[in-house]
Design a protein around this ligand. Structure first.
Ligand SMILES: Cc1cc2nc3c(=O)[nH]c(=O)nc-3n(C[C@H](O)[C@H](O)[C@H](O)COP(=O)(O)OP(=O)(O)OC[C@H]3O[C@@H](n4cnc5c(N)ncnc54)[C@H](O)[C@@H]3O)c2cc1C
Length: 402
């Protein structure tokens, strides 16, 4: 029985709150829960003929619990904040911001531990995976701006944790929230690292965008490498690029503001429904030991770190997180920073949920689903421009009347 006394095929009480973290799939020992595609995102559904009606999935679902979770350790409130750059320039060059994730992960690997994070599959979908050696760490490096498939990664990680192995688990705040809820208790050998998350775009939109890029490269060419945060044209939010290499040697390199996929991501038009009222868009990330972000505005606060090659903002939530970062001394450049200024410069993702669903989202997703990315984007681009102008005008009127 669940908390309401009934078990229904939908794990989540309100489907719009489901983050797709996959905790329910992982907790079900009868493997009765599978993920299904709805409007370009994966949602869990219980196969009632295999279900033993234990209610575990309903109980541990963070979306059913509201924000009152109590399974978290002692927290630093507010978290301590640092500007960080990894000293290995080759690693920083291929990381999204200052490359601190790689150094944290390396510390765990050197101690014989395992690191969970997100990799591209051979088809350039994204999935959580486990890495146990430094040579494979490159697979997890770099931001993949679409929702990753969790699969059974939480269950595998738990098996390792129970044997005493060190584990670093990384992901979006909702995935880390899901992991902690699934585990149900603290583990001294677990380090949780989440990212500041603007919201996760739909894997379907990415798949169709990639097909469009391949069409432009004359169909027969397959992508061999994707970097959504290429620093070839600089690192700042105004200069980084989308880079896709094809097997004929061609490379597509486009400024993020001019690339159609990155424009869709930045405009919030293709985010998961739960992202529009995300409970994790705040400074205190209750499930993580450390939170990683881009240190936007570093040029205004730490001129000595402003080299346009990437700086990470690191938020320390627990003593365990502080100790792991401390172990990186000698491999990183690290400067204490004013958390309020850093949060303000990060613009929103650390401050408040998005106000509401993008008003063109449903139409855009429907078009992508029914036709091609190209067609959907072309139809939406004019409307997007119109909406932007309209919003600016409304804000102007509001300011004027205030
Ligand atoms: C969907 C998404 C939205 C983001 N939004 C913001 C934002 O609004 N503001 C901001 O400052 N930073 C944001 N970030 C974080 C930022 O892009 C960098 O990931 C972060 O600064 C760490 O960079 P790094 O150089 O230390 O390491 P990198 O090597 O660049 O980061 C790798 C880490 O990111 C994780 N990761 C990559 N893709 C995904 C994914 N799809 N889902 C879950 N985890 C993933 C990996 O598992 C690994 O832990 C976002 C990241 C993602 C994936």
């Amino acid at each position: 029985m669940d908390y309401n006394g009934t078990v229904t095929p939908n794990v989540v009480k309100e489907l719009a709150n489901c983050t797709g973290c996959g905790a329910c799939v992982n907790i079900c020992v009868h493997n009765a829960i599978k993920m299904y595609w709805i409007e370009g995102f994966l949602y869990p559904r219980i196969n009632m003929s295999s279900c033993m009606k234990c209610g575990q999935c309903h109980r541990i679902c963070p979306a059913n619990q509201g924000s009152g979770n109590t399974y978290y350790d002692n927290r630093h409130k507010p978290p301590r904040a640092y500007a960080v750059q990894v000293l290995d320039e080759d690693v920083r060059a291929v990381s999204s911001s200052g490359g601190v994730f790689s150094q944290l992960a390396d510390q765990i690997l050197k101690a014989g531990g395992a690191v969970y994070g997100v990799q591209y599959t051979p088809e350039f979908k994204t999935a959580h995976t486990c890495v146990t050696d430094s040579a494979s760490l490159g697979r997890l490096r770099g931001s993949k701006y679409l929702q990753s498939e969790m699969g059974l990664a939480m269950r595998e990680a738990k098996t390792m944790l129970l044997t005493g192995q060190l584990v670093l688990f990384s992901g979006t705040p909702c995935q880390i929230g899901g992991l902690k809820s699934y585990l149900g208790k603290g583990f001294d050998n677990l380090f949780c690292v989440d990212i500041v998350c603007h919201g996760v775009p739909s894997p379907l939109v990415w798949e169709k965008y990639l097909a469009y890029r391949m069409k432009n490269a004359e169909s027969k060419y397959m992508p061999t490498r994707v970097n959504m945060r290429s620093k070839k044209s600089g690192w700042t939010r105004y200069s980084y690029s989308m880079e896709i290499a094809f097997d004929n040697g061609n490379v597509y390199l486009k400024h993020n503001r001019k690339d159609p996929y990155m424009s869709c991501f930045a405009s919030d038009i293709c985010l998961r429904e739960s992202c529009y009222h995300c409970q994790y868009r705040k400074v205190e990330h209750e499930a993580a030991d450390l939170t990683l972000a881009d240190f936007w505005g570093v040029e205004k606060q730490h001129l000595e770190m402003d080299d346009n090659k990437g700086t990470s903002l690191v938020l320390i939530h627990t003593e365990k997180g502080a100790e792991l970062l401390q172990q990186c001394t000698g491999f990183i450049k690290m400067v204490k920073t004013d958390i309020n200024r850093a949060v303000a410069a990060n613009q929103g993702a650390l401050q408040q949920p998005l106000q509401s669903r993008h008003r063109l989202k449903l139409e855009f997703m429907h078009l992508v689903n029914e036709s091609s990315f190209e067609l959907a984007y072309r139809k939406m681009i004019r409307k997007l421009y119109f909406v932007k102008v309209l919003d600016k005008f409304k804000n102007f009127l509001k300011r004027d009347n205030a």
